[in-house]
Design a protein around this ligand. Structure first.
Ligand code: NCD
Ligand code: ZN
Length: 346
């Protein structure tokens, strides 16, 4: 059996780093093995303008471990008052790599997001013109729509009309959790990619709810039925260039997860690559891990893959800390529920 695997250094195309004490604690977990990451802008207050993004980038750089080669790729949080000129300037200067669409109320810190997609049309048209991709949290917020159906309904009500209206806009359908999402990306003519998280390859909705409620498996979009998890595994391990890794590692301190109304988010930065390698091994697809984790993402964004490599070695189960301490309290690390045999050699 293969017991070492060398791949181009991976990137994370959807990551939450937060700010302050949590940023300082979680950033090294990603910077250790990943070359770059698309950094989500859902801070409080959100990263809306180029000036906000520049200031956040400075705070991230200041929190990086000495000598780290990690590159944060910044995003702007789209609001109904976003100025197309500010977005274009942020893109032209190389400051931002994408703009993020949160439907208002869809997830953590999305209150300032978009209620009426027509109101952001001028920004989206400008983005299409200049080739700046839109990252989409693809869930409707209509209270009448069941939470397990919100992704599928979003495709019909929002994403498809949007792509028909502005076909040149490059779009990433983020953290896909359904067969419907996978099929929609596959059927698109061009310019549509999809990220898949590590945790959605591992858990289905039973993990969340059977035998007691497990708040550390609660994330948005919420994990779906087993048939969807299996479809996600097939897509991720297929080598299809439209699918790439976006961990959506989303740290919340335990006090905010283990409570009557817990926050959504799984924190996977610490063991993401070990879990991924285990999944790809079980699927007989270790030879396609590099495409998913290191090649397809940069290709979509028009960037070169990282120049250097990482090596994973297979051996006795790897120990990971159950939680990472931050100045604001502990953050629990995602527990895949099976032993991890692949470690990143350092
Ligand atoms: C994310 C967060 O905590 O910021 N939570 C999550 O469950 N994924 C927001 C998001 O990406 O939806
Ligand atoms: Zn996210």
């Amino acid at each position: 059996m293969t017991d070492t695997l060398t791949l181009r250094r991976p990137d994370d195309w959807h990551l939450h780093l937060r700010d302050g004490a949590v940023l300082r604690a979680v950033l090294p977990e990603t910077a250790r093995d990943f070359g770059r990451a698309i950094v989500m802008p859902n801070l409080v207050p959100p990263v809306v303008t180029a000036a906000d993004a520049a200031a956040y980038l400075d705070r991230i750089r200041a929190a990086l471990p000495e000598g780290s080669g990690f590159t944060p790729l910044m995003t702007l949080y789209l609001t109904e008052t976003t100025d197309p000129d500010d977005v274009a300037a942020a893109h032209a200067s190389g400051l931002v790599t994408a703009v993020k669409l949160y439907p208002a109320g869809a997830t953590t810190n999305s209150q300032s997001g978009v209620r009426d997609i027509d109101r952001v049309r001028p920004v989206l048209e400008r983005m299409a013109e200049i080739g700046l991709p839109l990252c989409v949290h693809g869930e409707v917020t209509d209270p009448a729509v069941d939470i397990f159906d919100r992704e599928a309904v979003f495709i019909d009500r929002v994403l498809d009309p949007l792509r028909r209206a502005i076909p040149e806009l490059r779009v990433v359908m983020e953290h896909i959790t359904t067969k419907n999402g996978l099929d929609y990306v596959r059927a698109a003519p061009a310019g549509l990619g999809g990220t898949i998280t590590v945790h959605h390859l591992v858990i289905n909705r039973n993990h969340l709810l059977v035998g007691g409620i497990r708040p550390h498996y609660y994330c948005l979009p919420v994990a779906k039925r087993e048939e969807h998890r299996l479809a996600l595994r097939a897509a991720a391990t297929s080598g299809d260039p439209r699918f790439f890794l976006g961990t959506d590692s989303a740290p919340h301190v335990d006090a905010l997860k283990e409570t009557a109304c817990g926050c959504a988010g799984c924190f996977t930065a610490t063991n993401a690559l070990s879990v991924l390698a285990e999944v790809f091994e079980v699927e007989g697809a270790l030879d396609r891990l590099e495409a998913f984790a290191s090649l397809n993402g940069p290709a979509f964004y028009g960037l070169a893959p990282n120049p250097d490599t990482i090596t994973l070695t297979r051996g006795a189960p790897v120990e990971y800390p159950a939680r990472i301490d931050t100045g604001d309290g502990p953050v629990t690390v995602f527990d895949p529920g099976f032993p991890l045999h692949w470690r990143v050699a350092r």
